[in-house]
Design a protein. Structure first.
Ligand code: NA
Ligand code: NA
Lengths: 136, 154, 768, 137, 506, 115, 101
């Protein structure tokens, strides 16, 4: 049932898609993109693998199983907001390592952390749905 | 492995449009991660592809594509008259998955022909050809393409 | 102390089930200590009240709503309180014997104590809403007691009937009470009394009167609500004696008496209460002769007396009020005794059918004595209390407008009641000894002591009428009349016209009894037909209600999802379109200025693709069309400066298509389709709604929005949010909480998909 | 100069894509339609994104991304085409005027494995009739 | 203060996420669920207390000032609703510990329950109309999954209707938000309240108000938008029914009251009169629906609709007293209705069915349950001195004061019919002896009756007792609750208080 | 373009609702997806349309120069799209399970829980 | 529009948009007409390719390179959609056949 052409192409396409997903994700705060699209593209890469091979093979690729990715993502997203709470500020207040830097180069901040959470959740959710449906 | 990783770093740098050492380093790192993630996906054979030759071949091929497209244009405008579609089996000399896949893609991109599938034992390629007057002639044409490609790849 | 009196009953009710377990056979005696003690206490304040004083307490409950736990002890409530506690003691003792060994005895005591406490609260309440609270509690406890033999269908039906009828009245009373407090400006009856004139003058007087009287009539089984009371005889006899004769059914009468200073004295009051009372009196008296069941005879005679009391309150003259309080006391005593005696008879002889009961005098001398004395009182024979009451009744009837009517009715009813008294209280004990299935003998002391005490008390009241009149009845009458009224309670006033009427009544009654066999048999034949005028109405109403409910549910809850969607859409259309078109000044300018051809093309494309999704005949074809719609919509986002949205739309669209394919490829084909007419109807409705949305958008687009919020985002995105993509900064910073919710939705959806596909409950392990 | 080149590339690309679309609309059967789209559209993409690369020629980031798109489309379109063709075979999509069919009967109807070509025997030539899978009834 | 205001969403969220991480350890999820429920209750109590002491509480998420950032606001109404959610959350969690089957538990029941609570609390606290939409969706999707978790056929069929109609509602809600945004450029509800009166075309505002009405009307199941409720509420496990019955429709009512007191008060003559009429019809249709049913949970489900009518009646009357009545009624209803569902679950456990025809004998076999049924049942019917009586009393009083006699009459009649169907359940399930048919022939009897161990019994009865005690307490200490409700009603009737708390003196 | 999109929105609503009133369960979901598009376009249109100027702050500056598209509706739509994605995915699987357990896609045969 | 874009580009760009729109229309016609599912899938694939083209042209027209990312997304994902479609079409027949045998 496997298509040779597809599975061969998938080996090349998947890393490219993953790379693009990271690219889109990291640019997100300053250009179109972000956690959601990044997560979706990454999940699409895994989905392509599911189509080209099967779920079991795709599952072996993952460092983190989708369930865990969802929970960890949620935790990171909420945690980035709670950090502010612990610092006595309202929930979701952005905290930056270098808040006074000019023009968008403030370095790492909790909103970026938040976006990582979004990435993980979206990735986990999409992969989980695709896996479950494809295995059914 | 190292080669592919470097290649990915380069792709990263071009994507981000920043060729600085720092960005290349980041690209290398990311490439490493990506490769780690897809470690099972990449069989060993992929590494043997000489990427630059493939790229060169691709540019050559694009030219042929452009020229021969006119023929398709004619077909599209008057489909009924000149079409002699046929489904043909082409015995393969290409052996590796990468070779077969590349050949299959090229056949599809070549006007008038289109890959349908590869037999499970990888010995026959099935194609669709729109202008078959002589099946063996058509087969020969494809074999020519295959030979050229294998020259590049091997 | 008043509060303690009320609350102690509730407390003891909660404790009763445990007490039964602890004290087994003598629980009744122990529990009776409470009402007995209370009776003693209330007796001790009789002189105080007789002197015209009142005892009042008020605790705030929900003062903001005007609901206060205000209790007031005056002459009228004292009379009732003594009846409730006194008869309550007797009934508790009786119940211990009557229901000896019954497995549910604990809850029986609980209910009856709860009832007693509620009834005390009712008659002590000075606040109309407080009174309502206790009023409802009496209905509830009555319900639980009528259904005491809960495994019998008849008991359950009767209980429900009583509950519904009295609760209906209760709600009527509630509405009336609320209006009354609103109109009268006070919730306390003792204050409302002073505002009677204002209440009478208010346009809401008639509704208030009707609502409150409605409550009273249902509770006191007045025509046409009398039917629940005979059904309620399904309850154990002590309950019938206590609730459905001596106390609860008098709550309606009490209410009328209590509020007569506020609402009484008008023509409406006079005619309404007088007429209904008289009809009830006659009907009850007549029907009491049509039955052979001892309890039913007594029940109908109770109905009759309740009508009589209502009539008297309606007449409202000094004589009438005097008569009312006297008759009330007399009736409570003799009817309580008769009911309990009937219970003893039933308990010992195994039947309540008066056509079979004979000659029990030998076997049950004490019970016979109690019943006999009570019956004579009921028949109005001197020197018993009943005689006093009847005398005063005739007196009142003779001294009121339309006196022939009142007097005639009173005499006629009394004649019937004499006969009924003899049938129920005398005949079973005399004559040949009946053949019984079981050996008949006198019951234990708990069974006979109660009726005997009550009967003797009735005789005593008659003999010592002056004392009772002075201390109990006069204060009560004064409270009703809101003016000093003396009840003398003398047995003999000389050979007056009323005495003549009394004699005539007795003679006629005895004659009726003697010929009673015929009457009884006639009653036997027709009882099933005649009894159920309103009764049938009730059942018809319930049936009608059920069928209306079923039909309505079939229509609204049809199960057709498309009907639900249709109804929802129709509602939306109507509700939204009306204000939009009805109000002036809403414009929806259509302008195609500056439109580019490719934009128009894209718009057409979306619509064509959507139409394709509608028309597609296979699921996957719809899915491809859907994909086309999604891609075109994404292009709109591209054209108007929304790359983030476009990218998201493209990827989501793709994934949705993939999911559709993943799912649809295992589904069957479209198997069904609606008829053409249905399709046209739906299309028309949907097009209208679409047009409505178009108009809304056009109209809203014509109103320029204030860009201040967006400008704030633009100017704070880099300095505050440290990002150049404003949309992304909104998502992860300005409105990050939305995004948090959004990923939560995603996470739940994934868990849902996972659970839906993986969790297949095995047949064994059903959900709890 | 660049502007003119951009314009030319744009027009060529657009025309190729239109050609592909006309092909899809007009060609007689699925395979010939796929022939039309797979070529015309890839070439069209190449031309249009080439124009993009030219237009933003001084920005390496943009140019490289434009080429990335071209490369990706060239990489993926044939694969996608092949997948559709394969599926179409199992659905038994009718072929227009196709005299020579060496693929017929080569798919194992149960395992979907594809045999190497051997001349069809009469029994094997029976098409795997999947009428029920075809959508329109 | 700022922490208190966000705890009601953070606690359930963190509980859910940690439970997700503990996916494989069911016992740990149970423990976490219990801890989370207790914590939520404590936090909600603290929140109400601080609102009571210090007035309306406001937090600007991300420190972005209103109307630019998302505002969380707790006025008395909101805080009371959160408290009730906490109460119900704890009751249902404890009940679930014993009633929920192991399979559902290991497929994410506790995380889902907590995310539902998160959505509910978020909806009660947010001061931003789009954020409200988001919380609605969180609540909705969690409820979808809870409803169909287990995948039985009835769950599927009910679930389809529930999902479809609620998504329709969401679509309308979203459109309404879009229109409102297009008219004003703002999403902050206080800001909207300030801007809307100044718009040139009030007809458009009213039209979008009606879109909101339909959207929230579907969620709160008013006539003629209630169909999803009776189709689905009786299909999931009883603990799920219980929490749905308590909280879901009330979020719709809450939102309706919120927008129709804060934002849409321009054309009260049309909007609120309409709400009043619809309330009356809703009461009647709902209670008649209940009369037609013969299954414990279906009866209860239809009563929800009927009682939604009472809640919106207060909004329709639109006086401070009436609003207080609505609030009082909502709080009362949530506690009582949840409790009745919990009771029905025990009845099912003991008798093996929800069908009245096959139920019976509970009066003898479970006397404690009988008492614990009567309390909420009579409270539901408005029998004094329980909570339902005062709830109804306030509404009646408000109705009479505004001379809306028709609605008062309807409310009274519906009260009687409610009593009727509660008595029906009592008659059939408790008083009647349990019928002994041939066991195999009973299709409804899908579950073998069983005896409960003392521990299980305790876990079953503890939440029922807890809720019953609250019902009684509300009745006996009605002044306290009415005082709260009327203060909350005052706040609703004077939106300026809210607006000033959010936007400051501007 | 606002007027044009207004008609598109109306058309999408009409099509979506029409599909939701059909008997086939899968059309229900397709209808829901169309409704989602309609709502998103509605927000987009009413947030005012600006051609070709994404709300990005050019590098090196702190605020966008000149005309730029309104970012807030875009953020709202993004949220709505993602929520819609989750909900639709779930609904889709629900439909699949419903069809499997009832054995048909005919909604008219899924009414056992109403009566 | 942006002053950095010459008038020729604008004219050509708009014309190209219209041509591509026309192409899109043809693709949608095929999508709606079928007659078989693979025909529709091919049409959908063409639509996404056309979308890439439109985005590319618009990138020039609006002189806004950020749209290119959208084009990459479409290229990556539409491929997945087509492949997925084809794959599950095949599975569908596979299952049916397996059931028959
Ligand atoms: Na922030
Ligand atoms: Na606008």
């Amino acid at each position: 049932m496997k298509s040779l052409i597809l599975s061969t192409a998938a080996r090349l396409l998947m890393p490219l898609m993953l790379l693009f997903s990271i690219f889109v994700f990291t640019r997100g705060h300053n250009a179109p993109g972000g956690g959601f699209i990044g997560g979706l593209v990454a999940a699409s890469a895994v989905s392509l693998y599911v189509v080209a091979y099967n779920v079991a093979a795709a599952r072996r690729l993952l460092i983190m199983q989708p369930h865990t990715a969802i929970a960890v993502g949620l935790l990171i997203a909420a945690g980035s907001g709670i950090l502010a709470l612990l610092r006595g500020k309202p929930l979701m207040t952005g905290l930056w390592l270098n808040p006074n830097a000019a023009g968008g180069s403030a370095g790492i901040g909790t909103p970026l952390l938040f976006d990582i959470g979004v990435f993980l959740v979206v990735f986990g959710v999409t992969v989980l749905i695709v896996f479950t449906l494809a295995e059914d | 492995m190292l080669l592919v990783n470097l290649l990915l770093a380069l792709v990263w740098a071009t994507l981000t449009g920043n060729m600085s050492v720092k960005n290349l380093g980041l690209g290398f790192l990311l490439g490493y991660v990506v490769l780690f993630i897809s470690r099972n996906a990449l069989g060993t054979r992929l590494y043997s592809i000489r990427v630059y030759r493939a790229v060169a071949f691709l540019f050559f091929f694009m030219w042929e594509l452009l020229v021969a497209n006119l023929r398709v244009a004619l077909d599209v405008i008057s489909p009924g008259t000149r079409l002699r579609p046929a489904l043909l089996a082409i015995p393969l000399d290409a052996t590796t998955n990468a070779e077969i896949t590349t050949l299959a893609n090229l056949i599809t991109l070549t006007p008038g022909t289109m890959t349908l599938d590869v037999s499970t034992d990888k010995r026959v390629l099935y194609i669709h050809d729109m202008h078959v007057r002589d099946p063996d002639g058509a087969r020969r044409h494809i074999k020519l393409l295959e030979r050229k490609l294998l020259e590049v790849l091997r | 102390m008043l509060v303690v009196a009320v609350l102690s009953g509730f407390a003891l009710a909660i404790a009763a089930p445990w007490l039964v377990r602890l004290t087994r056979g003598v629980t009744g005696w122990i529990l009776a200590l409470l009402p007995f003690t209370l009776a003693l206490y209330f007796s001790s304040v009789v002189p105080q009240i007789a002197a015209g004083e009142t005892i009042g307490v008020s605790y705030p409950w929900v003062p903001s709503l005007g609901v206060n736990l205000s209790l007031l002890l005056d002459g009228l409530s004292l009379l009732f309180v003594l009846l409730i506690t006194g008869i309550g003691s007797v009934v508790l003792v009786f119940s211990g014997g009557y229901l000896r060994g019954h497995p549910q005895l604990g809850s029986f005591y609980a209910y009856i104590l709860m009832f007693m406490a509620s009834m005390l609260g009712l008659v002590l309440a000075d606040d109309v809403l407080t009174m309502f609270v206790f009023w409802e509690l009496t209905s509830i406890s009555s319900y639980l007691l009528i259904g005491f033999k809960h495994q019998e269908q008849a008991s359950r039906t009767a209980a429900l009937q009583a509950l519904l009828v009295t609760s209906m009245g209760g709600l009527s009373l509630l509405a009336g009470a609320l209006l009354l407090t609103q109109v009268g400006g006070a919730g306390r009856i003792s204050e409302l009394v002073h505002r009677a004139a204002a209440v009478h003058a208010d346009p809401l007087y008639l509704p208030i009167l009707l609502l409150i009287v409605g409550g009273a009539f249902t509770k006191s089984a007045q025509f046409p609500f009398q039917f629940w009371l005979p059904s309620a005889m399904q309850a154990p006899t002590p309950v019938s004696a206590y609730l459905h004769s001596a106390t609860m059914v008098k709550a309606g009468v009490y209410l009328l008496a209590r509020l007569s200073p506020v609402l009484g004295g008008t023509d409406t009051w006079f005619y309404l209460l007088g007429t209904v009372g008289a009809i009830t009196m006659l009907m009850g008296a007549y029907l009491s002769l049509r039955h052979t069941d001892l309890k039913l005879i007594l029940a109908y005679s109770t109905v009759s007396v309740l009508g009589l009391l209502t009539m008297l309150l309606g007449l409202g003259t000094d004589e009438a009020i005097r008569a009312a309080v006297t008759y009330l006391l007399a009736h409570a005593l003799y009817k309580g005794a008769l009911f309990l005696a009937a219970g003893t008879v039933d308990h010992e002889a195994g039947t309540r059918d008066v056509s079979m009961l004979r000659g029990l005098r030998r076997a049950m001398p004490l019970t016979a004595a109690a019943a006999g004395i009570a019956a004579l009182s009921m028949a109005g024979l001197p020197p018993f209390a009943g005689f006093l009451g009847k005398e005063l009744l005739y007196e009142a009837a003779l001294h009121t407008e339309f006196r022939t009517i009142w007097t005639g009715a009173a005499v006629l009813a009394s004649v019937f009641l004499v006969a009924a008294a003899l049938i129920a209280g005398v005949r079973p004990f005399f004559g040949r000894v009946m053949e019984a299935k079981q050996k008949v003998h006198e019951g234990p002391v708990s069974l006979w002591i109660g009726p005997l005490l009550l009967a003797i008390l009735g005789a005593t009241v008659g003999l010592l009428g002056g004392v009772a009149g002075q201390n109990l009845l006069s204060p009560a009458a004064s409270a009703i009349g809101n003016r000093p009224l003396q009840v003398e309670g003398a047995l003999f006033h000389g050979f007056t016209f009323t005495l003549g009427l009394s004699a005539l009544t007795l003679v006629a009654g005895v004659a009726l009894f003697a010929k009673g066999r015929a009457v009884t048999w006639l009653g036997h034949l027709t009882s099933s037909l005649e009894q159920f005028g309103p009764q049938r109405g009730y059942f018809k109403l319930i049936d009608g209600l059920n069928s209306l409910a079923r039909r309505q549910t079939l229509i609204f809850q049809s199960g057709y999802l498309r009907f639900y969607v249709l109804a929802t859409m129709a509602a939306t259309l109507g509700l939204v379109a009306y204000p939009l078109f009805a109000s002036v000044g809403v414009r929806w300018p259509v302008s195609f200025a500056g439109l580019r051809l490719y934009e128009l093309g894209l718009a057409v494309l979306i619509l064509v693709a959507a139409f394709g999704a509608v028309q597609a005949r296979s699921m996957l074809a719809s899915v491809t069309a859907l994909g086309a719609v999604g891609f075109s919509v994404a292009l709109v986002f591209v054209l108007f400066g929304a790359p983030d949205v476009a990218m998201t739309q493209f990827s989501v669209e793709t994934l949705i298509v993939i999911l559709f394919v993943l799912v649809v490829h295992r589904l069957p084909h479209y198997s069904v389709s609606s008829s053409r007419a249905v399709k046209i109807r739906d299309a028309v409705l949907c097009t209208s709604l679409g047009a409505l949305m178009t108009i809304l958008v056009l109209a809203a687009a014509a109103v320029p929005l204030d860009p201040v919020v967006s400008r704030y985002y633009a100017s704070n995105s880099v300095p505050g949010g440290h990002g150049h993509n404003i949309v992304n900064v909104i998502l992860v910073d300005f409105r990050a909480l939305d995004t948090l919710g959004e990923i939560t939705v995603l996470a739940v959806a994934a868990v849902g998909v996972y659970a839906l596909l993986r969790l297949r409950l095995s047949a064994k392990e059903e959900p709890e | 100069m660049t502007e003119v080149l951009v314009a030319i590339f744009l027009v060529i690309g657009a025309l190729f894509m239109l050609l592909g679309a006309v092909g899809v609309a007009r060609m007689p059967d699925l395979f010939t339609r796929m022939q039309a789209t797979s070529k015309a559209s890839t070439l069209g993409i190449a031309a249009i994104l080439g124009a993009v690369a030219l237009h933003f020629g001084d920005s390496l980031a943009v140019t490289s991304r434009a080429f990335a798109v071209i490369a990706f489309v060239f990489l993926t379109t044939p694969v996608a085409t092949q997948m559709i063709a394969r599926a179409a075979h199992f659905i038994n999509v009718p072929l227009w005027n196709t005299k020579i069919n060496e693929l017929a009967g080569q798919y194992d109807p149960v395992t979907h494995e594809l045999h190497s070509f051997k001349p069809p025997t009469p029994t094997e030539a029976t098409p795997t009739n999947m009428a029920s899978v075809r959508e329109e009834k | 203060m700022e922490r208190l205001l966000v705890l009601p969403i953070l606690i359930p969220f963190l509980t859910a996420v940690t439970s997700l991480l503990a996916w494989r350890w069911r016992w740990l999820q149970r423990v976490l669920g219990l801890i989370g429920a207790v914590a939520l209750l404590l936090a909600s109590m603290g929140l109400l207390e601080s609102v009571r002491l210090y007035g309306i509480q406001v937090v600007q998420m991300g420190s972005w000032p209103a109307p630019f950032g998302i505002t969380f606001v707790a006025d008395l109404f909101g805080a009371m609703m959160v408290l009730v959610a906490g109460i119900i959350g704890l009751a249902v969690t404890v009940y679930s510990l014993v009633s929920m089957d192991a399979q559902r538990e290991s497929f994410g029941y506790y995380p889902l329950l907590n995310l539902l609570l998160m959505g509910v609390c978020g909806a009660f606290l947010t001061g931003d109309i789009f954020n409200l939409y988001v919380w609605f969706e969180v609540m909705l999707i969690a409820s979808f999954v809870l409803l169909v978790l287990g995948g039985e056929r009835a769950q599927m069929e009910g679930g389809i209707k529930y999902v479809t109609l609620n998504l329709l509602s969401s679509a309308l809600f979203l459109a309404a938000v879009g229109i409102l945004y297009g008219l004003t450029g703002s999403l902050n509800m206080a800001d909207l309240a300030r801007r809307l009166p100044g718009l040139p075309s009030q007809g458009l505002v009213t039209a979008s108000a009606m879109l909101f009405f339909v959207a929230f009307g579907i969620k709160s199941a008013v006539f003629p938008l209630f169909f999803w409720l009776p189709a689905s509420y009786h299909t999931p496990p009883v603990a799920v029914s219980a929490i749905f019955s308590g909280l879901l429709t009330k979020v719709g009512v809450y939102a309706m009251i919120r927008v129709f007191t804060l934002m849409f008060v321009q054309d009260v003559g049309y909007t609120h009169s309409l709400i009043l009429v619809i309330s009356g019809i809703t009461m009647l249709v709902g209670v008649l629906g209940a009369v037609a049913q013969n299954e414990f949970r279906r009866i209860l489900s239809f009563h929800i609709i009927s009682q939604i009518g009472y809640m919106t009646m207060g909004l329709g009357l639109f006086t401070p007293l009436a609003l207080a009545g609505s609030i009082f009624y909502i709080v009362h209803h949530i506690i009582v209705k949840t409790n009745l569902f919990l009771v029905s679950g025990v009845a099912r456990r003991v008798c093996g069915t929800y069908e009245l025809k096959h139920l019976g004998g509970l009066y003898r076999s479970e006397p404690a349950l009988a008492v614990l049924f009567l309390i909420p049942a009579f409270s539901l019917a408005g029998v004094p001195p329980l909570s339902g009586f005062f709830a109804k009393l306030i509404l009646l009083k408000a109705g009479l004061e505004t001379k809306q006699y028709a609605i008062v009459a309807v409310a009274l009649v519906v009260g009687l019919l409610t009593l009727f169907s509660m008595a029906k359940i009592w008659n059939e399930a408790f008083w009647k002896a349990q019928p002994h048919g041939e066991p195999g022939a009973d299709k409804e009897l899908v579950h073998e009756p069983e005896n409960l161990s003392p521990l299980n019994k305790g876990l079953y009865f503890a939440p029922i007792l807890w809720l019953a005690a609250i019902t009684v307490a509300i009745g006996l200490r009605a002044e306290l609750f009415f005082d709260l409700a009327s203060q909350a009603g005052q706040q609703l009737a004077n939106p300026d208080i809210y607006i000033r708390a959010v936007l400051g003196g501007r | 373009m606002e007027s044009t999109l207004a008609f598109v929105i109306g058309g999408l609503y009409a099509a979506g609702l029409y599909l939701m009133m059909r008997r086939s369960i899968i059309k229900l979901i397709i209808g829901l997806v169309l409704l989602g598009h309609a709502a998103n376009l509605l927000i987009f249109t009413l947030g005012q349309l600006t051609r070709g100027a994404p709300p990005l702050v050019p590098p090196g500056t702190t605020a966008p120069t000149g005309d730029f598209a309104n970012p807030l509706p875009q953020a709202l739509i993004l949220t709505a799209i993602v929520i819609g994605f989750g909900v639709q995915a779930f609904a889709l699987v629900l439909v699949q399970r419903a069809v499997q357990s009832v054995g048909t896609d005919d909604l008219d045969q899924m009414k056992s829980t109403d009566r | 529009m942006n002053e950095a874009v010459g008038s020729l580009t604008i004219v050509v760009g708009k014309a190209v948009m219209i041509i591509l729109g026309l192409a899109m229309f043809l693709a949608v016609v095929r999508l709606l007409r079928g007659p078989n599912l693979p025909d529709r899938v091919v049409a959908l694939d063409l639509i996404s390719i056309l979308a890439i083209g439109i985005i590319g042209a618009y990138t020039i027209l609006a002189n806004e390179p950020v749209y290119l990312d959208a084009a990459i997304i479409v290229a990556l994902l539409s491929f997945l959609a087509t492949v997925g479609f084809a794959h599950f079409l095949e599975i569908m027949t596979f299952r049916k056949r397996a059931k028959h045998d």
